[in-house]
Each structure stands twice: as structure tokens, then as C-alpha cells.
Design a binder for this molecule. Structure first.
Ligand SMILES: [Ca+2]
Length: 359
């Protein structure tokens, strides 16, 4: 259950990071207290799109055309109503056009000509909704925020009855008439360019199953090591070069050959030789992962690397990656860097810096 909740938190955070990239730069300037409780004063965001009625056969309301923008792209979504869906109506074709002036919509004698519209899909085979986004630049070179757009949204809806299309109707979104004789309509949408602040995921630090090097030296820890000793031997941990040549180790790999030797090694670790303390904390975390107390994929905090006083997700690293980083890079590190990674492992072994769901 714990692992599951970490994964959920992680998935949420990564989802927000990836989908929210474009707005993150704007967000970082907003004081933290104003990031929650978003107010939508205007409609035209994905969460609060502008809505226009979609009529089939001129008088039958079958759904809506939703329109929004994100400051760069214009998005349009045809959505059939629950009632229309229950009656068997589905979308089989969409065609839509957008321009800054009604005359920019393809037409003939004042009647729009959907076959010439640039967007949509005329082979939908009966779907419940259809969505498409285009960059402002495709509408026109000067198109920008607050501009009024003319949108003609045409569709064909067909009724499915016993797996057979029984009837089809032309549908149009909105209620502004074209000058021609037929009933085709369009609507106006004003580009909002509203930047929707994403709610920053709440990140808290806490426990992740770590056990301290003191634990691995005491009776309980020694028993667990004994019970798991063959698995520990099968891993490469006891032969890792980070242990080579340290006090209280064997001269050749494996450098520690029994739970008792581990205890001796851990109890005598000091920070006089920083690498020794680094190796001891590293070994403690290896045991945590090997016996299943810590999920190697769980994330630990590396510190406020960008010095903004906030736990940012890019400041976390998986336990597995921390262990790999230490065992592959320690030899090139000065004492300060060794101490930095020692502290991370020490804090993780003491359950202080795991990414957790906030209480
Ligand atoms: Ca930070």
C-alpha cells in the first residue's frame, strides 16, 4: 500500500510537471499563497471552455462545441449530449474553419462550404466526441490574445439503431447566421490567453522504511542480516570497490564476509575518513533495499538545490540512483562532496527525506 501511494504521488507530480511545463515559468513568480483557489473569471480554458450549442437538422440540440485556448493554441471539441448519445446519435464527420472575419470562412453565395474547411475529420465512424487543437499562427500571422475569431463548426451526426446507421443530419455550432439562404451558423470566440496556474503538488518529506546503520549493528538487525545473508552475498554489494581498503574490511572481495564483520565495520565507522562514513551509510541503505524495507524506486530529497526554499520535484532522486551514484562516483569526490552524499544516505536511513504524501 505504501509503495502504491508513492507511485500515485509520483505519477501525479510527473503528470503535472510534464503537462504544466509551459505555465511553470509563470507560476514560479506567483507567491505560494496565491497558487490555490483558482478563479475562472472568463471562459476559455480547458477546465472552463466556452460553450456553443450544436444543432442537428437546424432545430435539434444534440450537444455542444467547446472552445478554449492556452495562449498559443486554439482548441475545439465537439461533444454530444448524454440525451443524444442515449438516442443513438454519433459523430461521423466534422469540418471546422476559423478566421478573423466571417468572409474568411470558405463559402459560396454566402453559404459556408464545409468540404473546403481546413480542419476536422470526415471519417469518424461514429464517435461521441471529437477534439482538435491548432496553433494561433495557422489562423493568421497577426493573431494574438483578445482577438475575436469567427468559427464555423460543421458536423454530420448519424443515428445508430441495431448496429445500423438509420439517419444522418447536418449539424452546426453556434447561432450566428451566414448571409446565404441555408441555415448554417457560426459563432465568435475571443482568444482568452488566460494562463491557468497549476496547483503545485504538495510535497512533504518523511519515512520510507529506512533502518539506520545502528540498527544493522544491533541484535535485531544482525538477525535480519543473517536470515538474508545468502541474498546479500548474491548481490554485488559486499564486493563493491567503495569498501575496498577501508579499515575493518577484508583485503580482497568480498570485503565483508559475515553479519558479524558488518557489525564491526559499521560500529567503527567515523567521519575522520569521510569515505568510511559514506561507505557505511551506503551499505546500510543497500541492506534496506536488499531486505525489502525500502523500495529502491522511492524518491529522496537531495536538498534545496535551486535555493528557493521549496521542495521541488527535480530535487529528488530514487534510492537506487543515489546508491549507484555513490558507488560509481565516490572516487572522484572531495571530502565535501562525500559528506554531502553521506548526509543524504544518513537522512534517508533515518527516514527523514523520503517523498511522502502530505498529511
Ligand atoms: Ca527548491
Amino acid at each position: 500500500m505504501k509503495k502504491l501511494s508513492y507511485l500515485i504521488v509520483l505519477a501525479l507530480i510527473l503528470g503535472l510537471v510534464f503537462t504544466g511545463c509551459s505555465s511553470l515559468s509563470n507560476i514560479s513568480q506567483v507567491p505560494a499563497t496565491e497558487q490555490s483557489g483558482v478563479n475562472y473569471l472568463t471562459k476559455g480554458t480547458e477546465a472552463e471552455p466556452a460553450e456553443f450549442d450544436l444543432y442537428a437538422g437546424q432545430n435539434m440540440l444534440v450537444g455542444k462545441v467547446l472552445v478554449w485556448d492556452d495562449g498559443t493554441n486554439l482548441c475545439l471539441k465537439y461533444e454530444l449530449s448524454a440525451e443524444a448519445l442515449a438516442d443513438g446519435w454519433r459523430l461521423t464527420e466534422t469540418h471546422w474553419a476559423v478566421a478573423t472575419d466571417p468572409n474568411g470562412i470558405p463559402q459560396n453565395n454566402g453559404n459556408p462550404t464545409p468540404g473546403q474547411f481546413l480542419y476536422g475529420d470526415d471519417n469518424l465512424r461514429g464517435v461521441e466526441f471529437y477534439q482538435e487543437c491548432i496553433p494561433f499562427a495557422e489562423i493568421g500571422s497577426g493573431v494574438e490574445c483578445d482577438d475575436d475569431l469567427i468559427i464555423a463548426a460543421h458536423a454530420v451526426v448519424c443515428k445508430l439503431s441495431d448496429d445500423v446507421w438509420t439517419e444522418c443530419e447536418t449539424a452546426w455550432g453556434g447561432d450566428e447566421d451566414f448571409p446565404g439562404a441555408n441555415w448554417a451558423t457560426y459563432f465568435e470566440y475571443t482568444i482568452q490567453c488566460e494562463i491557468v496556474p497549476i496547483e503545485e503538488p504538495e510535497i512533504c518529506l518523511g519515512a520510507g522504511g529506512g533502518k539506520t546503520i545502528g540498527f544493522w549493528s544491533n541484535k535485531n538487525g544482525q538477525k535480519i542480516l543473517t536470515d538474508n545473508w545468502s541474498a546479500i552475498q548474491d548481490s554485488d554489494v559486499l564486493s563493491d570497490l567503495i569498501l575496498a581498503g577501508l579499515p575493518n574490511t577484508n583485503l580482497t572481495a568480498p570485503y565483508l564476509t559475515s553479519p558479524g564483520k558488518v557489525k564491526d565495520f559499521l560500529l567503527k565507522a567515523t567521519a575522520v575518513v569521510m569515505r568510511y562514513m559514506l561507505a557505511a551509510q551506503w551499505l546500510g541503505m543497500q541492506f534496506n533495499v536488499l531486505v525489502g524495507d525500502v523500495d529502491g524506486e522511492s524518491l529522496v530529497y537531495l536538498g534545496d538545490l535551486n535555493e528557493d526554499g521549496i521542495y521541488d520535484i527535480e530535487e529528488f532522486m530514487s534510492v537506487d540512483d543515489v546508491l549507484d551514484e555513490v558507488s560509481s562516483e565516490w572516487n572522484g569526490w572531495n571530502r565535501t562532496t562525500q559528506e554531502y552524499w553521506k548526509n543524504i544516505l544518513d537522512d534517508a536511513n533515518n527516514n527523514l527525506i523520503f517523498l511522502v504524501e502530505c498529511p
